[in-house]
Ligand binder design. Structure first.
Ligand code: DOR
Length: 457
């Protein structure tokens, strides 16, 4: 009956629904739920009346650019933005410099994160021709989020576009394989279109609906053939959603707040190449299909695809401007605004940002407010109105496509394994992030990782 932190008086989103409960946290875990205030000995009581407590938000797609491109982003600033935005865990992508292809690359990222990451983290290994046959071992390394494949070139040199290579990648490993599905051959064929026009409004015509749909059809067929589970990242088209609805037994689906919140051509007219990302933000009819897929359950998770580039880089003439926008810090505020507008329920949001990531990737001890789970908690004020602006953004790139956007619903406190990383919207304590653990991977044996506490509540 002793807690280090007791959260008192909030409305808590649990597997039972929304209840007024106290949450007792000790040694990084949830050790008590109920009417606890006054009954438990506790070092600190955080009075949270009027707030909702969500299971910590897990963003399963971010690019933190370290090593090699730290003028755009780094692990410290990226995870700082995460916790300020209510995110308690991230999966980071392998298109850094060097690419994350081998054990040494993964270990370098784990080492770089130690003592500098504000939230918990796992790193993807990139799947390519040169490491394909080693992936079964690589994907089981502690701290590895799984394998990520780029079927179409985006930013960086990672690419696996031929069926023979993709088949080999799919055959080596067991975990869910994450894929960026745009068809490289079609992208090459169509690039002349934008080289001629130089107009960013043509971005969704260059990387058109069929480029995405074709790649998705190919990879789903190969995953069926090889019996591998698949996760299709940032799905953007109505056609893909209708197709993927027929493959939900083994294929999971991500969409992003960017594709749910912006539409072409408006976003390109307002923001120019700041709105340029891959796969592109598309027309209203596609956005409607993404919302429909949120409502009918086809979408499993929302990932931000946080992909920072500096404003200077973004201001190069299109198509030389790099694709990608920041997003980790605005994922939750934008989605809370969608909850406020009635586009999805709070329960469905939690399903997409906590329960879903834990379920589809087999994350240990996260994604749920329940006894024995990690005390990762995102405390939000559903009625708070704020204006998002660039000066709030922690990213080294220092900008957001939502500069000036007013939202209702805001993260107030962020708790990472019982530590208040953010208190009253301000950073607090020190970076406390640790590697995320997975059910089908051995625990991380790095200094600072508290292996003895696993499963011990
Ligand atoms: O727009 C994008 N930017 N899409 C990607 O797939 C990669 C990302 C980046 O790393 O910049």
């Amino acid at each position: 009956m002793r807690a280090e932190l007791l959260i008192h008086g909030a409305r808590v989103v649990t597997p039972n629904g929304v209840e007024t409960l106290d949450i007792a946290c000790r040694d990084g875990k949830i050790v008590g739920l109920g009417d606890l205030h006054g009954h438990w000995q506790t070092d600190e009581v955080l009075v949270a009346r009027g707030l909702h407590v969500l299971p910590g938000v897990i963003d399963t797609q971010v690019h933190f650019r370290e090593p090699g491109l730290t003028h755009k982003e780094d692990i410290e600033a990226g995870t700082r933005g995460a916790v300020l935005g209510g995110v308690t865990g991230v999966f980071e992508m392998p298109n850094t410099n060097p690419l994350t292809l081998w054990e040494a690359d993964l270990n370098a990222k784990l080492q770089a994160a130690e003592g500098r990451a504000w939230c918990d983290y796992a790193f993807y290994i990139g799947g390519s021709q040169i490491n394909a046959t080693q992936l079964a071992d690589l994907e089981r390394l502690p701290g590895c989020a799984g394998v990520k494949v780029f079927m179409g070139s985006s930013f960086g040199d990672l690419l696996a576009d031929e069926d023979a290579v993709l088949r080999q990648i799919l055959q080596h490993g067991q975990r869910r394989l994450s894929v960026h599905a745009e068809d490289e051959a079609r992208l090459r064929e169509r690039k002349a279109l934008v080289e001629a026009s130089g107009d960013v409004r043509d971005h969704p015509q260059w990387r058109d609906m069929e480029s995405a749909f074709k790649a998705t059809r190919r990879i789903v067929a190969l995953a069926r053939e090889t019996g591998r589970r698949l996760h299709v990242l940032h799905v953007t088209t109505a056609q893909e959603m209708a197709f993927l609805a027929q493959h939900k037994d083994r294929v999971t689906v991500e969409t992003t707040p960017h594709h749910l919140s912006m539409v072409a051509p408006d976003c390109y007219e307002r923001l120019g190449s700041l709105a340029q990302m891959n796969p592109p933000v598309r027309e209203f009819v596609h956005q409607q299909a993404l919302w429909q897929a949120i409502r009918n359950g086809v979408v499993d998770v929302i990932g931000s695809d946080h992909a920072p580039h500096t404003l200077e880089e973004k201001s190069q003439p299109y198509p030389n401007s790099p694709s990608g926008m920041t997003g980790v810090q605005t994922l939750l505020p934008m989605m809370l605004e969608h909850v406020h507008a009635g586009r999805l329920s709070l329960q469905r949001l939690v399903d997409l940002t906590s329960v879903g990531p834990a379920r589809i990737f087999g994350i240990e001890g996260k994604g749920r407010i329940a006894l024995g789970y990690d005390a990762d908690l995102t405390l939000v004020d559903l009625g708070a109105q704020r204006t998002i602006n660039n000066s709030w953004i922690a990213s080294r790139s220092g900008w957001t496509p939502y500069d000036g956007v007013r939202v209702t619903g805001w993260p107030i406190h962020t708790v990472v394994r019982g530590h208040l990383a953010v208190r009253d919207e301000q950073l607090s304590e020190r970076p406390q992030g640790r590697p995320i653990r997975f059910l089908d991977v051995p625990a991380v044996a790095s200094p600072g990782a508290d292996l003895t506490s696993t499963g011990d509540t």
